[in-house]
Ligand binder design. Sequence first.
Ligand SMILES: [Zn+2]
Length: 357
Amino acid sequence: MVFIGMLQQMPDGLADRCPARLTKNFRDKSDLFQMNCEPIHLRRFSAAFRAFERNKRHHHDLAAKKSGCRTRHFHLVRAPREAEIWLMTDGVAADFLPMLAAAESPVGSLVVSVHDVAPITRPSVEKILTDLKEAGVRVTSLLVVPDYHHRGKSVDDATFISWLRELEADGHEIVIHGYFHERPRRQSEGMREKFLTRAYTQNEAEFFDLKYDEAFTRITRARDEFRGVRLSAIGFVAPAWLLSAEGERAARDAEMQYTTRIATVIDLLTGEREPSRALVYSTRSAWRRAVSLSWNAALARRVAIGQLVRLSIHPSDIASGGVWKQIIRFARRFSRTRNPTTYRDWISKERVTRNLS
Ligand SMILES: [Zn+2]
């Protein structure tokens, strides 16, 4: 069983041990913050950045390539000592870090998402949002289930909807999260189907193998229901991130602008896929919690050097002490060094950045 738990928490490619965006020319000892041997102070890009590395392949004509070149010239790397970081003016930074200047964002991003938001989980979600706010995370992507386990439509609960509208007005994002968040068991299921739909999730992988027509029907129904109560969802996330290829196509055709999987954020308008492994916990049993804690402790170090950190929370997480402590510790740590944002805002900034780089 422990092995199954390990599998559950493992990345898609077990051999992929390279942190996101860490390039081959990664060096621990970097002297790259002196331009023409003139050290200059970097004010705008704060300590949060940890360090920059210049990609030598582009150094000869960075300025000329400010437009039209889609390669990112700088990458985040781990800084051996903070003292080595602050050696560039805003002007130079704008010349040499076009993507950052364009995005007007000096630091990496943190997206905290709260899954399975529904009338029945609202009390837990309220506590989660209060603790997150105290930890420095004031906006989240709220993954709302339109009809959680067939308990009734979320849009029919007026107080729940007005609560969501207030959260949206405060900067939170409303995201469509499945429709029923439930998948009936099938008679003839192979090992893979059984593992993913029963051991990995508790029969909740609603969009795991849904055909296009049904997926399209459910997503458009959710979209129209939300629009009907003035909630503006532009993202769709499948339960447990298990989304079939047909489901992804259906989401795009249903005017969803993005979706996410456990290791990627997918811009459905541009086709861009951002690799970023989500921190997520399994709390269904003691051994799953133990595996989750150690796996996420290691993963948090690995994702910390990427541009986007994703922290995914489920309502049950707040009830398990050790897990919740670690989540809040990560929220506090990452919100100090990154911009807490939503998928909606992150995606739109990425589009601007890509167009200008
Ligand atoms: Zn869910």
